[in-house]
Design a protein around this ligand. Structure first.
Ligand code: RFL
Ligand code: PHB
Length: 392
């Protein structure tokens, strides 16, 4: 079997890449270890930058996003017993973010690829990528029924997430990995209750961070900081709601409770592996970089990477111009490092480090006051949150 671009992973990065390539007349095959149902149900991100929304719309994927996505013109920062609003529209010349779950982006992409006759192999683990420094790389996978398949490609796109096999296929001496683990995690729930707020609330509390996000007018998404060694089994629903009630408490405001439909614990990590290309292998999304979720950047970075990659592969495969492919890694990494800094900064401003001295909280509160009082500081937060640099 052969294709122009072999894509490992049917997450947002791999699926959007396959779609963008099809729009350019480039053929691809997506190979995914999990089932379609699993990919469509995996609970993750929820916030799209305005550039991501525009990109999806321009790629013909805006139908349900425009009908069901919830546009947000700001966030609340809650600290020291007060809740302050940051107005992104006002601060950034009208830019906004949209709450539209990653599950929905993935469903839309899968439906579009299949309607367009695209190939996605589900339940097919990629076992090896080889010949990366040759002109004819090969992707080996196990197809349904246990058949071993080889796919000869012009290039391979490693869109297989943080735990995938593509990044480790690059000779270790050629990669520079820069990483930080944070000494806490997020416990997240999806709750069957209308949101208690009109905008996301990022909450600083002496017990630790909490976030009130949303999914639909009837579904809320809530997170709070827990220790990095916590087990979800030790968090019955009552304990979760009690923790959320304590952290968000504000006189005159009520946090509505409802059934917990999904819950999980996510570790917090900053990780950048460079370069994002080795020979005919291009890495995109979480396969190359991870940010802690506080800045809501991971999904947006994945979409930005493959937008740049689709242009680079068009130049390379259709016009024989390799310059954009040579610039791919550096072009992506400029955005990645900006988002890595922003996500680290938001994380450090809002979380309680176990065993921290009183200086930590005092500095955090000083910074939180500054970003809510100074227009310059508020603008910096806002332009990063809605996406910087704005995606073309
Ligand atoms: P994915 O989504 O991990 O997809 C990788 C795919 O590759 C498959 N795979 C393989 N397939 C075949 N063979 C193999 N050997 C394979 N190994 C792996 C996997 O099954 C999977 O389908 O990576 P991608 O496409 O790069 O997308 C990245 C995003 O998923 C991620 O960055 C975001 O979810 C991060 N994130 C957020 N990002 C935002 O922009 N805004 C947010 O609000 C936001 N909130 C979040 C988040 C991530 C979270 N978690 C759980 C990590 C909130 C949370 C709680
Ligand atoms: C989410 O809705 O899942 C979400 C929102 C904002 C974040 C992280 C996650 O910073």
């Amino acid at each position: 079997m052969r294709t122009q671009v072999g894509i490992v992973g049917a997450g947002p990065a791999g699926l959007l890449l396959s779609h963008l390539l099809a729009l350019r007349g480039i053929d691809s095959v997506v190979v995914e270890i999990r089932s379609r149902a699993y990919c469509e149900a995996r609970q993750r991100a929820g916030v799209l930058e305005d550039g991501s929304v525009r990109l999806l719309r321009e790629a013909g994927l805006g139908g349900r996003l425009d009908r069901e996505g919830l546009e947000h013109g700001g966030i609340y920062l809650q600290f020291a017993g007060e809740r302050r609003h940051l107005d992104f529209r006002d601060l950034t010349g009208g830019r906004t973010v949209t709450v539209y779950a990653q599950t929905e982006v993935v469903k839309d992409l899968i439906a579009q690829r299949l309607a367009d006759g695209g190939s996605i192999e589900f339940e097919a683990p990629v076992t090896a990528v080889a010949g990366l420094d040759s002109g004819r790389p090969v992707l080996a996978y196990t197809a349904t029924g246990g058949r071993r398949q080889e796919l000869a490609c012009d290039v391979i796109a490693g869109c297989d997430g943080f735990h995938g096999i593509c990044r480790p296929a690059i000779p270790p001496g050629l990669l520079t990995v820069t990483e930080r683990d944070y000494p806490y995690a997020w416990l997240g729930i999806l709750a069957g209750v209308p949101p208690s707020t009109d905008e996301l609330i990022y909450c600083h509390h002496s017990d630790g961070f909490a976030l009130h996000s949303l999914r639909t007018p009837h579904l809320s998404k809530l997170y709070f900081q827990v220790g990095s060694d916590e087990k979800i089994e030790d968090w019955p629903d009552r304990r979760i709601w009690d923790t959320l009630q304590r952290r968000f408490a504000l006189p005159g405001w009520e946090l509505k409770e409802g059934p917990v439909l999904d819950k999980g614990i996510t570790p917090m990590r900053s990780f950048v592996s460079a370069p994002m290309r080795y020979g005919r292998l291009f890495l995109a999304g979480d396969a190359a970089h991870i940010v802690p979720p506080t800045g809501a950047k991971g999904l947006n970075l994945a979409l930005a990477d493959v937008t740049i990659l689709a242009d680079a592969l068009e130049a390379f495969l259709l016009r024989g111009d390799e310059r954009p492919a040579e610039a791919y890694s550096a072009t992506c990494l400029a955005r990645v490092w900006r988002a890595t800094h922003f996500s680290w900064w938001m994380t450090s401003m809002l979380h309680r480090t176990p065993g921290a001295d009183p200086m930590e909280a005092a500095l955090q509160l000083a910074q939180l006051r500054y970003v809510t009082i100074s227009r310059a500081a508020a603008t910096s937060l806002a332009e990063n949150y809605v996406g910087y640099p704005p995606l073309r």
